[in-house]
Design a protein around this ligand. Structure first.
Ligand SMILES: NC(=O)c1ccc[n+]([C@@H]2O[C@H](COP(=O)([O-])OP(=O)(O)OC[C@H]3O[C@@H](n4cnc5c(N)ncnc54)[C@H](OP(=O)(O)O)[C@@H]3O)[C@@H](O)[C@H]2O)c1
Length: 381
């Protein structure tokens, strides 16, 4: 059996640590070639001692990342070091699990090097979807989604031909404020928004799930990843989070992927595709009664959703601007500077005031990312 060498970027995060659980389960099939963290040096060192990668990268400033903590692993500084190392021949798979726009550079490096790239960092596809998919087509890099919804779509797409797809239906848990009115949203505090009813995730994606901006970003991600138009994407609220998404075909057949909500499954599928293996996550218990609910989202209480459809339809620079504005809006909400129900209006204002370009270069996208962050920092209602 060939052993896959895997670089996990963002290994100390929610997705990264779960990815390492999967690798631990498949020790004879997978090995860790490299790891990266931003500031969590202690956890990174612990991971290095367990998985014995060739290298580990710390991209942020830390005081306690001493070389001796990493035993035989080479400790490198800065994300550029990770980009250099993932280009080498000794890495087969890159797991892109950094949070935010910082994940774009390493994702592009992996794709440019023609690596199998397992993408959790939705922000790279949101910001630069056309660029990433075009380069992947040029280099032969295989893009495999880790986001549970996109993994579900990817799995359901195995059931038919691309030209027979009518629609992709992304499911959304609805977050902690499902059923709330827009008036009630004004009183949401960071502590309330950080309590997700189903998924345990990093802070940004948890807040994004509460506003449904996460689903907005996923609409854009799906648009580029599966090469569908915005009007071929729909969203349905499904609070149990067992059905992770649907693909509807032209004959009306709807194929779903369903499993208990556990990120280890989509992570493993991205690593082992097209094979399937035992997974360290719970099975469906068919002896228990189960009710699955589906309902349309409330566009008034969750205005962020419409911004996702708009950005997916217009394409170009919209995804990069929306993502950057949201990253700052979430940080400002967590700092107590803006209200929860101001996140979407802030993002909408920044999105609608930017200099749109239909076919931006990477440089334009990065400049607009910086511009949108500045606008979002200065935004007042
Ligand atoms: N969590 C989920 O279940 C889930 C599901 C689907 C998709 N995703 C997506 O997966 C990505 C990761 O999410 P997460 O929930 O795992 O996030 P997280 O728990 O916040 O972890 C983020 C990881 O990225 C690193 N990092 C943070 N800022 C960085 C920077 N500026 N430069 C380089 N590395 C940086 C962190 O290092 P430190 O620990 O040192 O800060 C950590 O390893 C996001 O794009 C998210 O949307 C997550």
């Amino acid at each position: 059996m060939e052993v896959q060498s895997i670089a996990v970027l963002g290994s100390t995060g929610s997705v990264g640590t779960r990815c390492l659980e999967v690798v631990r389960q498949h020790a004879g099939r997978m090995r860790i070639a490299g790891l990266s963290a931003h500031r969590s040096s202690r956890l990174l060192a612990r991971q290095a001692r367990e998985f014995r990668p060739d290298w580990a990268v710390l991209s942020g400033s830390v005081s306690d990342g001493r070389a001796e903590d990493f035993e035989g692993t080479e400790l490198l500084r800065g994300l550029e070091a990770a980009e250099t190392r993932i280009r080498r021949g000794d890495v087969d798979v890159v797991v892109s699990a950094i949070v935010g726009a910082a994940g774009l550079g390493p994702t592009l490096a992996a794709v440019d090097a023609g690596k199998r790239t397992a993408i959790a960092n939705k922000e790279s596809l949101v910001m630069a979807g056309p660029l990433i998919t075009r380069r992947a087509a040029e280099t032969g890099a295989r893009l495999l989604p880790i986001d549970s919804e996109h993994s579900a779509v990817f799995q359901a797409l195995q059931a038919g031909r691309r030209q027979d797809v009518r629609r992709i239906v992304l499911t959304a848990s609805g977050g902690p404020f499902r059923g709330w009115t827009s008036q009630q949203m004004a009183s949401v505090t960071p502590d309330m928004a950080l309590q997700h009813p189903v998924w345990e995730m990093g802070r940004r994606i948890t807040i994004d799930s509460a506003t449904m901006m996460n689903k907005a970003l996923e609409i854009i991600e799906a648009r580029w990843l599966f090469d569908v138009s915005a009007d071929q994407i729909a969203v349905v609220v499904h609070p149990e989070s067992w059905v992770h998404s649907f693909v509807e075909y032209t004959d009306g057949s709807v194929i779903a992927q369903m499993s208990p909500p556990d990120m280890r499954l989509p992570i493993q599928y991205a690593l082992t595709f097209p094979e399937r293996h035992e997974c360290p996550c719970p099975d469906t218990d068919w002896q228990q009664p189960m009710t699955l609910q589906f309902e349309p989202p409330d566009p008034v209480a969750f205005p962020a959703l419409q911004l996702g459809f708009e950005a997916a339809e217009r394409g170009g620079t919209c995804g990069a601007v929306l993502n950057a504005a949201d990253e700052i809006a979430v940080a400002r909400f967590l700092e107590g500077e803006i209200r929860f129900d101001q996140i979407a209006p802030l993002c909408k204002d920044v999105l609608h005031h930017h200099d749109y370009e239909a076919h931006p270069t990477l440089e334009t996208l990065l400049n607009l990312d910086a511009w949108a962050r500045k606008e979002a920092r200065n935004w007042t209602s």
